[in-house]
Design a binder for this molecule. Structure first.
Ligand SMILES: *Cc1c(COP(=O)(O)O)cnc(C)c1O
Length: 472
């Protein structure tokens, strides 16, 4: 019998009594429970039920072996939430985003968020804003890409031209765009990075855009380096291309991170619907939007940019609710929390949170620049509250991967990875400063980084001393 080896020993466990052990013969403690004395089932659903408290504790124990989210400097996503968010998430456990008729207020709250974000991103007619929540930026990006593909195909067919070889032009995009291209049959034209560039450059566009280009993706907060791509300059370059060739190529902005940072920290930066060429924007509510995991946003400039045949209609309060989504059922808690956060923080609150993070990132970048072996690629100024750096000397006797390992010994999760083509020979390390990472915590991180460097160079205290055990 395949797939059940090792499982039967626990599968037939007797039904256990509730933990706490009040009755005679019952375990007095979760770790005195028979379930604690066995391996948990890993292949086959056990035949009988078990004590809920014991199971809950044992699963929690296993989760403790994950990395510590509070020391995760690798993720853009929310790792800290206020107690009120926990309350709302708990209340919202039963809210299904797709049931617009049954949970009309949840649907209303989603619409309010869309209007607020369309307004934040300067959509021309916010009362008519077209957009939706999604599970994250990946789904939102796919919806944005689909809308561009549909509009391009319609225009091609109207002109009597073939519409079978669509392409999408972009720089060092996140993997969601590779997925979009593969799943929806679009050629991804990834523009290689120029030497020293942290994103695509506007002058590169001309060589990649043609009549089959459904759109160009600009990234506000490049995943690899945390820098903003110059959206306005892309728009200007596409204007010039249109003047020269007649091609009218739309811009989609993947503002997964930057969409919730730039409006507060860099309000004069024109990257959004202020640029007429920007047709759609995606952002992750669960990144710098500060909402818990599970929410992204897609917003279109106006209804014209979202082809009607991509929209499905569901019943809503006896009326009609247009929806555009890849999923059907989906939890509503993070959408509801997003709304509460927008209300609770306001623009000033978001600005303060991100300002503190950005100042911390810049201070940490300064220390890392002064530490000696690093070249800072992004210093936390002008884009995301984050930093990235590489080794000055490509081979100082250790690699950034070794440094990541050393940092992990103190619980810090810091990724090292190569830049995308054509800068693949450059390995970098990236640190994200988010809600929940204070200046003091960043200082503690830096002290551990310095100690790690000393160990790697063999210069630290006790570097050559024999290893001894712990002293308590
Ligand atoms: C994180 C990220 C994504 C994917 O977003 P999810 O919300 O994780 O789906 C897409 N693009 C960029 C630039 C990102 O940083």
């Amino acid at each position: 019998m395949p797939g059940v080896r090792g499982a039967p020993s626990v599968a037939r466990m007797a039904i256990s009594k509730v933990g706490g052990g009040s009755g005679p013969g019952e375990p007095t403690d979760i770790y005195a429970h028979p379930l604690s004395a066995r391996q948990l089932p890993k292949h086959r659903i056990p035949d009988g039920p078990h004590d809920p408290d014991t199971v809950c504790q044992l699963v929690r124990d296993e989760l403790d072996m994950d990395g510590n989210a509070a020391q995760n400097l690798a993720t853009f996503c929310t790792t800290w939430s206020a107690s009120q968010v926990h309350t709302l998430m708990d209340i919202s456990l039963v809210k299904n985003m797709i049931d617009k008729d049954e949970y009309p207020q949840t649907a209303e709250i989603e619409s309010r968020c869309v209007r607020m974000l369309a307004n934040l991103w300067h959509a021309p007619e916010q009362s008519e804003a077209v957009g939706c929540s999604t599970t994250g930026s990946s789904e939102a990006a796919m919806l944005g890409g689909l809308a561009m593909k549909w509009r391009w195909r319609k225009a091609r067919e109207a002109a009597g031209k073939p519409a079978d070889r669509p392409n999408l032009v972009c720089g060092p995009v996140q993997v969601c765009w590779e997925k979009f291209a593969r799943y929806f049959d679009v050629e991804l034209r990834r523009v290689p990075l120029l030497p020293d560039a942290t994103g695509m450059r506007p002058e590169q566009l001309r060589a990649y855009v043609d009549e089959n280009t459904i759109g160009v993706v600009a990234i506000l907060g490049v995943t690899y380096t945390c820098d903003y791509e110059p959206v306005r300059e892309f728009s200007d370059a596409l204007d010039a291309i249109q003047r020269e060739t007649g091609l009218d190529v739309p811009l989609h902005v993947d503002a997964a991170s930057g969409g919730f940072v730039a409006p507060f920290l860099h309000p004069d930066l024109e990257w959004d619907f202020r640029l007429p060429r920007v047709v759609s924007v995606n952002a992750s509510g669960h990144k710098y939007g500060l909402a818990p995991l599970g929410v992204g946003w897609a917003v279109w400039r106006d209804a014209e940019m979202l082809p009607e045949d991509l929209v499905f209609h569901v019943s809503y309060l006896g009326g009609d609710m247009p929806t555009f989504a890849l999923n059907f059922s989906r939890p509503g808690g993070s959408v509801i929390s997003q709304y509460a956060l927008l209300l609770r923080l306001g623009r000033e609150g978001y600005r303060q949170v991100h300002r503190n993070c950005a100042d911390t990132a810049a201070a940490l970048a300064g220390k890392i620049a002064d530490a000696g072996p690093f070249t800072v690629l992004y210093d936390g100024k002008g884009a995301l509250p984050a930093l990235s750096y590489t080794l000055k000397d490509p081979d100082p006797g250790f690699s950034l991967y070794d440094l990541s390992d050393q940092l992990r010994m103190r619980g810090w999760l810091v990724p090292s990875y190569p830049l995308p083509p054509d800068r693949g020979e450059t390995v970098i390390q990236r640190v994200l400063i988010r809600h929940g990472i204070s200046r003091d915590k960043a200082d503690l991180f830096f002290e551990d980084l310095r100690a790690s460097l000393e160990r790697l160079r063999g210069t630290g205290p006790g570097a050559s001393a024999p290893r001894v055990g712990f002293h308590h």
